[in-house]
Design a protein. Structure first.
Length: 362
């Protein structure tokens, strides 16, 4: 008999997507509260938690989705198709700028991105999960995190220079992206969803798989708390040698963000799945169509910047300047309120889709 769906996972997924939309759609990028921005390089802000939280939840979903699946061609085909869909949607969004209604110049097309990374990580993690037990997955995670640190921090580059963790081309992650991707990067000197940094991001997802296994056989909430604090303590200690850094997805970043994700999930799980308190359903509705809502938010946001209103403005600027900018609110508050209204729109959309039983699996 199948166990009842774990509501806390859907709530955390929906809350994560909601925050992702909020930080991606300010009224003005020049007026944003610091917690809603990524750290400039080393460090950790609330915004830096969002993407690893989602990959962590992808790992939990993989565990429950494939725990009874056969290791067959049919299963691999489904995994492959879903991964290609995710990668394709991300590539489409990168194409959809900046010359609406025409696609961008292929010579500078960014190959990678958030959805592309989700697709790659999902594929590799699902295949690993189908072929290895939890002990192997745990050992592999440890080896990747330590190996990534040693490689990025201590192996000399081909030109003989010693590597650093700085935002420079003598950082291994940046060096590889620059020499392989070239003009197809997010910025000239680095890509936050680059090639080498995808390896530790897979570990974030694998930790989610292992947490899914714990949830499925949970005897005491204390077990999750112990894991959460172990990850946090280990990660912050590790950051002494390998700084917390989202851009290169450092090993300490993996451990710390996974620790916070486990801790927050534990609190929601306790309140929702154990105590059965009625809260967070609006996020659950969004969480059940997470990728669809995220894609729509990105597509609509880009469209609003691209569709002109008059000769000098666009839909986004027109709405923001007409409705939200005034003498009462500060620039940052006006920008924040715009983002809140956008979020409310997608929360309502998630609710309507749930009520109409529309669940789009990407």
């Amino acid at each position: 008999m199948l166990k009842k769906r774990i509501e806390s996972v859907d709530i955390l997924r929906g809350f994560t997507i909601t925050l992702m939309i909020l930080v991606n759609t300010p009224g003005s990028w020049s007026s944003v509260y610091p917690p809603l921005l990524h750290a400039e390089w080393h460090g950790l802000t609330p915004t830096d938690l969002i993407f690893p939280f989602f990959l962590f939840i992808v790992g939990i979903s993989i565990y429950f989705a494939y725990k009874r699946s056969e290791n067959s061609k049919v299963t691999y085909k489904k995994i492959g198709i879903r991964s290609l869909k995710l990668f394709g949607l991300g590539l489409f969004l990168n194409l959809f700028i900046p010359h609406f209604p025409f696609f961008t110049d292929f010579e500078t097309l960014r190959f990678l991105g958030v959805l592309q990374r989700i697709g790659i990580v999902f594929f590799i993690t699902a295949v690993l999960y189908l072929n290895f037990n939890w002990k192997v997955l745990f050992s592999l995670s440890v080896l990747v995190l330590i190996g990534y640190w040693l490689f990025v921090g201590y192996i000399p580059l081909p030109n003989g220079t010693l590597p650093t963790f700085d935002r420079a081309l003598n950082n291994w992650s940046n060096y590889i992206d620059f020499n392989i991707l070239g003009k197809h990067m997010w910025q000239a000197d680095y890509d936050p969803e680059g090639l080498l940094s995808t390896l530790p991001s897979i570990v974030t997802c694998l930790i989610g798989v292992l947490i899914g296994k714990l949830l499925d056989n949970l005897q005491s909430i204390k077990t999750l708390l112990l894991v959460a604090f172990s990850l946090l303590i280990t990660g912050y200690i590790f950051s002494i040698w390998f700084p917390i850094n989202k851009a290169i997805w450092s090993s300490s970043f993996v451990l710390v963000t996974s620790g916070w994700a486990t801790l927050i999930l534990t609190m929601i799980y306790y309140l929702k799945d154990i105590k059965r308190l009625k809260f967070g359903n609006i996020f659950k509705y969004v969480g059940m169509n997470a990728i669809t809502i995220y894609f729509l938010s990105s597509f609509i946001s880009k469209s609003m910047y691209l569709i002109k209103v008059g000769e000098r403005s666009n839909i986004h600027n027109y709405l923001y300047n007409t409705i939200f900018v005034n003498s009462v609110f500060s620039d940052k508050l006006s920008s924040f309120l715009y983002g809140i209204v956008v979020v409310l729109f997608y929360l309502i959309l998630g609710y309507v889709m749930y009520r109409k039983k529309i669940f789009i699996k990407v």
